[in-house]
Design a protein around this ligand. Structure first.
Ligand SMILES: [Fe+2]
Ligand SMILES: [Fe+2]
Length: 310
């Protein structure tokens, strides 16, 4: 069965409408790698979003520590395992921490950020590496059988006018997933999220480690205001805020969202906290790791990827 010009349609497995929506965040910055790879399971349909992972090439002038290399290997292994069992795969854009064209995607519905429109040159070139049939999802609602995949129009990768290009966000069941919208700093991204009225949001927090130079205080304040609008205008109960935000040791002070969230009865947490796992903010800790001021054992990293999150 095919739904869009040669793209396999996933409506093949027995769906169970009594399944609750399940969320498994496979890898994230709070688990030691640059990633937001997330599996959403709704009515028996498994959608893997942004199955990619990478390490920051330089941080504090330092290359990745060996414990980060281990976390990356384990994250990629976990992502491959989850992709194998997924019915559909989404790539919200073509940065390597979200995208891997080498994954085995045969027989899956693949939905991507439109590689022709609203895209910068480097991401357009990377998109060409994808060799399987795909649906350019921007602005579409895609019928995946038991559930619909609602895709946003292209949203800026951070502040309006950024050179980093555009991303798509998606909603599956009651879960909204939005990579690299940094907060969201853009009003357009916030508007779209409010229209979707999700219960759970998985989102990239702003890059406060660049605060005052590559990310302005005005942008940070806009992200805080937008998040508050989302909390006040939707029925959201839980926001997993991770990725860029977790690269900053002082992120809680520089982006004080948790207090506001309490007033709205919303839980804001990291991907590690969501999965009941130990936080491994390895990139933020890199200088301490290299200096020997902090020691993380291989067993701790293995637990983060093999400790049984449901
Ligand atoms: Fe990105
Ligand atoms: Fe990213």
């Amino acid at each position: 069965m095919l739904c869009y010009e040669g793209v396999p349609c996933v409506y093949k497995r027995g769906s169970n409408p009594y399944f609750p929506v399940k969320l498994h965040i496979a890898a994230a910055d709070s688990l030691g790698v640059r990633s937001m790879a997330t599996l959403v399971e709704a009515k028996g349909l498994k959608v893997m979003i942004d199955p990619g992972a990478a390490l920051g090439p330089r941080r504090y002038g330092l290359p990745p520590h060996q414990i980060e290399e281990l976390a990356l290997a384990l994250a990629k292994e976990k992502i491959r395992e989850l992709v194998r069992g997924a019915d559909a795969v989404v790539f919200t854009h073509y940065h390597w921490d979200h995208y891997d064209p080498e994954l085995p995607l045969e027989g899956k519905t693949v939905v991507v950020k439109d590689p022709e429109k609203h895209i910068n040159r480097s991401q357009r070139a990377r998109a060409k590496l994808l060799r399987c049939p795909y649906i350019a999802g921007d602005g579409k609602s895609i019928d995946l059988g038991p559930e619909e995949l609602v895709v946003s129009p292209p949203l800026p990768h951070g502040p309006e006018g950024t050179k980093l290009g555009y991303v798509i966000a998606v909603k599956v069941g009651e879960v909204l997933y939005s990579s690299d919208v940094q907060g969201p700093v853009s009003g357009a991204a916030a508007e779209w999220m409010i229209e979707q009225d999700p219960k759970t949001i998985v989102m990239d927090g702003p890059p406060t480690y660049f605060l005052g130079y590559r990310f302005s205080r005005e942008n940070r304040d806009a992200a805080l205001r937008n998040l508050e609008r989302i909390m006040g205008s939707t029925g959201v109960k839980e926001i997993v805020l991770d990725h860029h935000l977790l690269r900053d040791l002082d992120c809680e002070e520089r982006f004080p969202v948790k207090e506001t969230a309490k007033e709205y009865g919303v839980r804001v947490l990291t991907a590690a906290e969501h999965g009941g796992r130990e936080g491994l903010h390895l990139e933020a800790w890199r200088r301490m790791l290299w200096k020997g001021e902090k020691s993380i054992g291989a067993a701790q990293v293995r637990r983060a990827y093999h400790g049984g999150e449901g």
